[in-house]
Design a binder for this molecule. Structure first.
Ligand code: IPM
Ligand code: MN
Length: 395
């Protein structure tokens, strides 16, 4: 039986609460399942910065890099928690891990579970009775506008002093103080994430009535980085002639995403477009409380709910833990496929079944899904049902 080293970074606000539910579920798998963990927890984020003056303890990055098989993040970001240069405190934890561990594919499944209402039209099945919403959005995760928080105006100024605003007076309409954000997009960075998207599309089971397909989303009619991204997409597509492909610009895509989600299967797009499109897509799956993610590189992996720290609900035991639990399910799945570990895959199936049965059976859900249950109630119910399934399997 494999022992996986899992590092938990609960971070800020409701991130801390949902990571408690992740721990509850991991404990059940540790006790009743065919998997074992060595769990380490590291405090981090904006609140930690306000309390201690540091985003996380020294050596934490190295721990994540050298002594960890999988990282689970709750959320980072807290109102008023800013670094001296104005960047969000804790931002470097997440963005630093994404770039420092080269986690180039941010995988965000958008799936509407049976029993959960689509937040736009309220229903959960379309007229052909195949799953209306079941796609994976793959966001490039190390380049583009979020390339490295610190290389912004200072770098663009080419020798300008760090953190000093650049004054430009040459261009009409661009006067006074100007801040630059460079958006580097490379051939290699595009190619690896696009290949990753094709690999996912090949592995995904085809849904009844919907063919597997990879859609490239960019703004290649205007920006050069996107032009390169799309050029590389076409090259990779030509090597995969059996795979259906499609291309879209991000503006029109935003409309299609909401209007015809059933046409989408695997979507690949540059960093910031993916950041925005996945928040939008979450309304198709019942909201941010359901949106899970995996950040995958060739040597490391990190999992996090997409929802952030939601200061408004923090400490109230109200938010939906399912996004964090589905992220944990993605962790089992990724550990399983990376290590050829059928038992980790089994754990992923058990957790997925527990979540999906919880939702389809009409069991209590949190406020965002129209219920009144607390974070701990939902987390405990799902943990309990994992335990039941694991006992059933082993008997
Ligand atoms: C996300 C978040 C992060 C991002 C923030 C917290 C830096 O919004 O994971 O989508 O923009 O990538
Ligand atoms: Mn985001």
């Amino acid at each position: 039986m494999a022992t996986y080293r899992v590092t938990l970074l609960p971070g800020d606000g409701t991130g801390r609460e949902v990571v408690e539910e992740v721990k509850r579920v991991l404990t059940v798998f540790q006790e009743y399942g065919p998997i074992s963990f060595e769990i380490n927890e590291i405090p981090c984020g904006g609140q930690h910065f306000l309390e201690t003056g540091e985003e996380w303890p020294a050596g934490s990055f190295e721990h994540c890099r050298d002594n960890t098989d999988a990282i689970i993040v709750g959320a980072v970001g807290w109102p008023g928690a800013k670094l001296p240069n104005g960047d969000i405190a804790g931002g470097q934890v997440l963005l630093g891990l994404r770039s420092g561990l080269d986690l180039y594919a941010n995988v965000r499944p958008v799936k509407l579970y049976n029993g959960v209402n689509h937040k736009v039209h309220g229903g959960f099945r379309d007229i052909w009775n195949h799953e209306l919403v079941d796609m994976v959005i793959i966001r490039e995760n190390t380049e583009g506008l979020y390339h490295a928080l610190l290389r912004r105006s200072a770098l663009a100024a080419q020798g300008g002093q760090k953190d000093k605003p650049i004054i430009i007076d040459k261009f009409p309409g661009l006067n006074g103080q100007v801040e630059w954000d460079a958006r580097p997009i490379s051939r290699n960075g595009s190619e690896r994430v696009i290949r990753f998207a094709f690999d996912i599309a090949k592995r995904r089971e085809s849904r009844k009535g919907v063919s597997q397909k990879v859609t490239c989303v960019d703004k290649s009619n205007v920006t050069r980085g996107c032009r390169l991204f799309r050029e590389v997409f076409r090259e990779v597509a030509s090597e995969n002639e059996n795979m259906e492909t499609n291309e879209a610009f991000i503006d029109a895509f935003s409309m299609w995403l909401v209007r015809n989600p059933e046409d989408l299967d695997v979507v690949v797009l540059p960093n910031m477009f993916g950041d925005i499109a996945t928040d939008l897509a979450s309304v198709l799956q019942g909201g941010m409380g359901m949106a899970a993610s995996a950040n995958i590189g060739d040597n490391h992996m990190l999992f996090e709910p997409v929802h952030g720290s939601s200061p408004k609900y923090a400490g109230k035991n109200k938010v939906n833990p399912i996004a964090a639990l589905s992220s944990t399910q993605l962790m089992f799945e990724s550990l399983g496929s990376r290590n050829n570990d059928d038992e980790a895959i089994l754990c992923s199936e058990v957790l997925e079944r527990a979540i999906s049965e919880h939702l389809s059976s009409g069991a209590p859900v949190t406020y965002d899904l129209g219920g009144q249950a607390s974070t701990t109630q939902v987390g405990s119910a799902i943990a309990q049902s994992c335990r039941g399934i694991l006992e059933e399997i082993s008997s």
